[in-house]
Ligand binder design. Structure first.
Ligand code: ATP
Ligand code: MG
Length: 415
């Protein structure tokens, strides 16, 4: 048998309502925040991700699904959601509209990672992109949206870790300090980190190798190197979050795994799903649009891993709302009633009722068993008598009671 590719997941029919539930809550919170949906292709020119995500990141170095198409162009399946949105924003001149622009996306994301709990090769992200504001209040808006969504789906245990990795000015000083520190402890670093030391020292803080993590633990912290503007930005953001009642911890160790961040970075972290506990990561990226050839447009956003969110909800026993039930099953008694049952079902469906009849040609007993197992709320047996009188008996499968009803009025009972 051909099997599922490693690191991917099927969503089975009985589970899909969980995704619908989350998607509905996402659309609902975005509607209230005035955020519109943006959809971009699943693949883009590889060049886009090299520029945006950064050539020294794990994603670009090891994790991208890159292929040449039949025309010999190098294409890559989205390894994250932000780059495509930035490309679309610049290409369509969306920066000419009144700013800020607030967008959300729901997208599959592809990364060639070592599959493990909470780490897939295809996962799905809900993301927010807010363009056109340098203000810390835009950061607060984006964080507050994430928090509102998480609260509304009942996930209250995530801790918001907040940091600033500084602007290009203060990052220079900080990078120097990092290089000095890590050079001193060179012999304790993994080969990739030795490379990072040359190319992008900030990446050293994001290494997942235990020995490197231990060295990074005592590294200089960025908060000691922030310029006045960056400090001020963070202070205003914190005041806004305090006022909104959004709790956070300042965590100088958060640097994020992508190169495009400037200033604010944050993560919502769970303690209930093990090592891969980061459910949502985001921050500010003011240079991104310019980087891909557009104007300078400041931006802030986040990406939230929906499989991880589902893991958190399941581990805490949080409900996804009720699994939808099928409403009514019409069981034709004999040969002649089959087309009549189908017509009745068609009429009910046209009136908005969820209805089915037997399309397997089974015995009545087998039909009843099927209807019971599939969780129909009501069953109606349709014999010659019922058709002639225009009256049927509606069986309530849960309460085990039954009522008589005119066929023409069935939809009223069932709605
Ligand atoms: P991590 O540090 O766990 O590798 P990341 O920094 O690579 O995460 P982002 O690129 O910021 O993650 O993606 C945003 C969110 O998407 C993450 O916080 C996480 O919830 C989810 N995510 C990222 N990679 C995966 C994956 N391989 N499988 C499932 N979910 C993922
Ligand atoms: Mg990663």
């Amino acid at each position: 048998m051909i099997t599922l590719p490693k690191g991917t997941k099927d969503v089975l029919p009985e589970e899909s309502y969980k995704w619908h539930y989350l998607e509905q809550r996402i659309r609902s919170v975005c509607y209230r925040f005035g955020v519109k949906e943006i959809r971009t292709p699943v693949f883009e020119h590889t060049e886009l991700f090299l520029r945006v995500v950064g050539e020294t990141t794990d994603i670009v170095n090891k994790e991208m699904y890159t292929f040449d198409d039949k025309g010999g162009r190098s294409m890559t399946l989205k390894p994250e959601g932000t780059a495509g949105v930035a490309r679309c924003f610049a290409e369509n001149g969306l920066d000419n509209a009144p700013q800020p622009t607030k967008m959300f996306y729901l997208t599959p994301v592809f990364r060639y990672e070592k599959p493990q709990s909470g780490r897939l090769r295809e996962h799905h992200q809900f993301g927010i992109e807010l363009y056109g504001s340098y203000s810390p209040y835009a950061d607060a808006e984006v964080i507050s949206l994430a928090k509102s969504f998480l609260s509304e789906v009942g996930v209250k245990e995530l801790v918001l870790h907040l940091n600033s990795i500084g602007c290009s000015q203060c990052r220079k000083e900080y990078s120097k300090a990092l290089i000095a520190y890590f050079t001193n402890r060179k012999n304790e670093l993994c080969p990739t980190c030795l490379e990072r030391l040359e190319k992008n020292p900030l990446r050293l803080l994001d290494c997942k190798v235990e020995t490197c993590k231990a060295v990074a633990e005592q590294a200089p912290v960025v908060s000691d190197y922030l310029c006045d503007d960056c400090k001020n930005h963070q202070k205003k953001l914190c005041t806004a979050l305090d006022t909104l009642g959004v709790e956070y911890v300042l965590d100088p160790k958060i640097v994020r795994g992508l190169d495009y961040y400037t200033g604010t970075v944050f993560e919502f972290v769970s303690t209930s799903i093990g090592a891969q506990g980061t459910v949502c990561g985001g921050g500010r990226y003011n240079n991104l649009c310019k980087e891909i050839g557009g104007k300078e447009v400041p931006a802030v956003g986040f990406g939230m891993g929906l499989e991880r969110l589902i893991m958190v909800m399941e581990s805490l026993g949080i409900s996804f709302g009720d699994a939808p039930k099928r409403k009514v099953y019409i069981a034709p008694l004999g040969e002649e009633q089959y087309p009549v049952a189908m017509k009745l079902v068609a009429d009910l469906r046209a009136k908005g009722v969820c209805a089915d009849s037997d399309i397997v040609e089974r015995s009545l007993k087998a039909q009843m068993k099927y209807a019971d197992k599939c969780g129909y709320e009501y069953v109606v047996v349709l014999g010659a008598d019922e058709v002639e009188k225009g009256i049927v008996t509606v069986k309530d499968m849960m309460l085990k009671g039954q009522t008589e009803c005119r066929i023409s009025e069935l939809d009223k009972i069932l709605k």
